[in-house]
Write a protein that binds this ligand. Structure first.
Ligand SMILES: [Zn+2]
Ligand SMILES: [Zn+2]
Length: 403
C-alpha cells in the first residue's frame, strides 16, 4: 500500500482526533487535556516518549530499522483566547478558547505521521523526533522545548527539522507553499512613554504637552521606514495602541503608545531596534520631554534553509504529483516560534491550504478569526507529507542522499 493510501486509511481516526482536540482547546504552555489526548493517540506505537518539565510538551522518538541521522517533525498544539463563532458540530466547549489557528490539525497530522512511520520503521535509515509543542501563540513554547533538549532527543542533533501550518484562506485547498530564505517575519514590540508636565489646555506654554510630540513620533516612525531601510528588505511598523489624556481642556502629564514591528532579516531587525528608539528619544529631547522607550524582542525571522525548502517542494511533487506545490513569492508577515528551531538546525516550514470547498480562499475568514474554518480533508495529506519528509530525508538512495 502506498503512503498516501495508508494515510487515507487513517482518515477517520485523524478526523476523530482533530474534532476531539477542537472541542477542548487550551491556551499557553500547559495543555494537560491536549497532552493526554496526544499520549492516547500514540499509545501502542514503538516510540520513546518523554514529556516536558516546564511545559506540557510531548517528544516521541521513533528508531528506524537502519542506522542513520535523525530528523525532526514539529506540530504545535495550543489554541487562542478567541470565542468561537462558526456553528461547527464540534465547536469549542471551553468558553473563550478556540483552535482558531488550526493547531488541532497539526497535532492530528503529526500523530498520523507517527502511525505511518511506525508501520514503515524498517524503511527508515535513521530516527525521527516528533515534537508536539505547546505555547506557539506568544509563549515561546519551541524555545522551552529546545532548552529541554528536543533537538537532541534521538541522541544526536537532528540534521533537519520540518514544520507545517494550515491556513483557512489565501491558499487553495490542498495546495502547499513554501520558499527558501525568510518565510515568516520577526515580530517585535516598541513601547514608548512620553513624559511631560500637565496643565490647563488654554495655557500650553505653562505645561509640557506630551501629545503633539508623541503624534510626531508616530508619523516619524513611518518616515523612518521609508528612508532608512531597503525597500526590498521591508519593515512594517504599526502603532496599534495610543493613549493620553482624559478631557479636551486638560494637558496630560504623559502619553503612551506601542507598535508592532515586523522585519524579514537579522540586519533590518537590529537596525530598526536601534533607530526607532533613537528617533523617539530624539524627538522627545527636541521638545524638552523625557522619553522611556523599550524594544521588546518577540519571535525571530523564520528562515527556511534553501536546500530544505527545495527538498520539501520536491517531496510534495513526488508524493502528490504536479500542481500541489508552489514557491511562495514572498514571506508571510505573521511570525512563528518554529523560527527558534530553524535558528539552530536546517529545515523548512511549509503552508497548507485548508479552506473548506464551499468558501473562497480569497476572502474566507483567516487564521485567528472566530469564524475561521479548516477542512478535515487535508488531514491525511498533511500526515502523509510529514511522513514522507522523514522517509525521503533519511533515505540513503533518495534525494536527501545526494545532498
Ligand atoms: Zn496563530
Ligand atoms: Zn499557528
Amino acid at each position: 500500500m502506498s503512503l498516501l493510501e495508508s494515510a487515507q486509511d487513517l482518515r477517520d481516526e485523524l478526523v476523530q482526533l482533530r474534532h476531539s482536540l477542537h472541542t477542548t482547546p487550551e491556551v499557553g504552555l500547559h495543555l494537560p487535556i491536549t497532552q493526554e489526548k496526544v499520549l492516547a493517540a500514540l499509545d501502542g506505537l514503538p516510540l520513546e516518549i518523554s514529556t516536558g518539565e516546564s511545559l506540557s510538551s510531548v517528544t516521541a522518538v521513533l528508531r528506524g530499522g537502519r542506522p542513520g541521522p535523525s530528523v525532526l517533525l514539529r506540530g504545535d498544539m495550543d489554541a487562542l483566547p478567541v470565542a468561537e463563532r462558526n456553528g461547527l458540530p464540534y465547536i469549542s466547549s471551553h468558553e473563550g478558547r478556540m483552535h482558531a489557528c488550526g493547531h488541532d490539525l497539526h497535532t492530528s497530522m503529526l500523530a498520523g505521521a507517527a502511525h505511518l512511520l511506525a508501520a514503515r520503521r524498517e524503511e527508515l535509515a535513521g530516527d525521527v523526533v516528533f515534537m508536539f509543542q505547546p505555547g506557539e501563540e506568544g509563549y515561546e513554547g519551541a524555545r522551552f522545548m529546545i532548552d529541554e533538549g528536543v533537538l537532541d532527543a534521538a541522541g544526536s542533533r537532528v540534521v533537519a527539522a520540518y514544520g507545517m501550518h494550515v491556513v483557512s484562506a489565501m491558499l487553495p485547498p490542498g495546495v502547499f507553499s513554501s520558499r527558501g530564505g525568510p518565510i515568516m517575519a520577526a515580530a517585535d514590540t516598541l513601547n514608548v512613554h512620553v513624559i511631560g508636565r500637565g496643565g490647563h489646555g488654554s495655557t500650553p506654554q505653562r505645561a509640557q504637552d506630551p501629545i503633539p510630540a508623541a503624534c510626531e513620533m508616530v508619523t516619524a516612525l513611518q518616515t523612518l521606514v521609508t528612508r532608512a531601510f531597503d525597500v526590498f528588505d521591508p519593515v512594517v511598523v504599526t502603532v496599534g495602541s495610543f493613549h493620553a489624556g482624559t478631557v479636551d481642556n486638560v494637558i496630560p502629564d504623559d502619553a503612551r503608545f506601542s507598535a508592532t514591528i515586523r522585519t524579514f532579516s537579522k540586519g533590518s531587525r537590529a537596525r530598526i531596534k536601534q533607530r526607532a528608539v533613537q528617533l523617539v528619544e530624539g524627538i522627545g529631547a527636541a521638545h524638552g520631554l523625557r522619553v522611556e522607550a523599550s524594544f521588546g524582542m518577540g519571535y525571530p525571522v523564520t528562515v527556511n534553509t534553501p536546500d530544505e525548502a527545495s527538498f520539501a517542494g520536491e517531496t510534495i511533487d513526488g508524493l502528490f504529483g504536479p500542481g500541489r506545490f508552489f514557491v511562495a513569492p514572498q514571506p508571510v508577515t505573521g511570525s512563528e516560534d518554529f523560527s527558534y528551531v530553524l535558528e539552530d538546525v536546517p529545515g523548512a516550514f511549509v503552508f497548507l491550504g485548508a479552506c473548506p470547498p464551499d468558501r473562497d480562499p480569497a476572502d474566507a475568514p483567516y487564521n485567528h478569526s472566530p469564524e475561521a474554518l479548516f477542512d478535515d480533508a487535508v488531514l491525511p495529506d498533511g500526515a502523509a507529507l510529514y511522513a514522507s519528509l522523514a522517509l525521503s530525508r533519511l533515505s540513503p538512495s533518495g534525494t536527501a542522499g545526494t545532498r
